[in-house]
Design a protein around this ligand. Structure first.
Ligand SMILES: *Cc1c(COP(=O)(O)O)cnc(C)c1O
Length: 367
């Protein structure tokens, strides 16, 4: 019933989403612990008032795009809105990759890229990052893939690539598309929007899911040269954002001061969390995002993740060779982080003594 490539591939696995009423501390999918601007709720109510919801929404997301255009000082012809930046990624893949075409990115990174590439039957070229998660610049440039993607700040490492290096990569790719996934840019010291103005092959993706606290509303923005935007419009669903989402997005961006105050709180908690994790013996690369990657090289942290789950705390563990010795922890409120550390401390001790006896006796204790 299905294409061979679809039968063979595995589905993307999102982090656990609690059922309604389930009380868990949710530090596994990088949502913002603080609510969105109250002005967003009023805009949503207004969008539902009267009977305009009978009508299809603006196909090009006019109100939302106009609001982004003003706030970022970028012409509307260089902006396209998506149902989350996941949809924008899907549009980019659809527009650039056919069967056998190549897509290149550093690993580890956002695993949705694999899924989207497999759907397109594209050839995936993965380039491992360096020991300090630095960009494998030469590999990416020499691969000359049809599409190159760099997530910066990267998930799950939290580390970011200097804009300078991204600019050098854009130049070396000479007209091949470079997508910079900036889902976490509002939590970082710098961003690549300036590169998008300088290089016609640079596409910058943003989302309102993280910094704007609107993961449930599904809003993303793509900034690129008008020629790139025109190509993406061809593969876009006609009415990809609801009227409600468009009103919410437009108002959220107008109140970006609210977002920045929440981001400042998250960044403060991030610094304290990094320090506490290091004190517990974790290696933590400096994060520029709203999460941290906590590593214990050589130790499988799946049992620690399960222990936290039993304590009612969700964090993200990736069962892959590159990442099994790490957990990714979203930054929550100070109270949520206090609960995390209370549960984490005894689990880390238990896992440390277990892994010691494991290596001595060479027996498998934990399966
Ligand atoms: C969260 C995330 C996205 C997707 O954001 P949505 O707008 O919610 O679809 C894209 N890229 C990365 C790296 C992310 O972490």
């Amino acid at each position: 019933m299905f294409r061979k490539s679809i039968k063979k591939m595995a589905a993307y696995r999102p982090g656990e989403q609690p059922r309604p009423g389930q009380r868990l501390i949710k530090l596994n999918t990088n949502e913002n612990p603080y609510p969105p601007s109250p002005r967003v709720r009023r805009a949503v109510a207004k969008a539902m008032a009267g009977s305009t919801i009978r009508l299809y929404p603006a196909p090009r997301a006019d109100e939302f795009v106009a609001s982004a255009s003003r706030v970022y000082s970028i012409p509307q012809s260089m902006i396209i809105a998506g149902n989350g930046s996941d949809e924008l990624l899907a549009m980019v893949f659809r527009a650039t990759l056919g069967s056998g075409d190549t897509v290149a990115y550093p690993i580890p990174t956002y695993s949705l890229y694999d899924t989207l590439a497999l759907v397109q039957e594209a050839r995936i070229l993965q380039f491992p990052v360096g020991a300090d998660f630095e960009l494998p610049l030469d590999g990416l440039a020499q691969a000359r893939a049809n599409l190159t993607i760099v997530c910066s700040p990267n998930s799950p490492s939290g580390t970011s690539t200097p804009t300078r290096s991204l600019g050098a990569l854009a130049k070396r790719l000479e007209g091949r598309l470079l997508v910079i996934d900036e889902a976490y840019a509002d939590f970082a010291d710098e961003n690549a929007l300036g590169l998008m103005r300088r290089y016609r092959n640079v596409v910058v993706l943003r989302t309102l899911s993280k910094s704007y606290s609107l993961a449930g509303m599904r809003l993303g923005l793509c900034f690129a040269h008008p020629a790139v935007i025109d190509a993406l419009l061809k593969v876009k669903d006609s009415y990809n954002l609801s009227r409600v989402a468009l009103a919410a997005g437009a108002e959220a961006i107008r109140d970006s001061g609210w977002m920045r105050r929440n981001v400042a709180k998250v960044i403060r908690t991030r610094a304290l969390s990094e320090a506490r994790l290091r004190k517990l013996g974790f290696l933590v690369p400096p994060s520029q995002a709203n999460f941290v990657l906590a590593r214990m090289p050589g130790r499988d942290l799946a049992p620690v993740t399960r222990g936290l789950r039993r304590a009612g705390i969700l964090v993200r563990h990736f069962a892959t060779p590159l990442l099994q010795d790490a957990i990714r922890i979203s930054i929550g409120t100070p109270a949520e982080m206090a609960a995390l550390f209370k549960a984490l401390k005894p689990l880390v001790r238990a896992s440390q003594s277990k892994s010691k006896s494991k290596s001595k006796s060479k027996r498998r204790i934990d399966t």
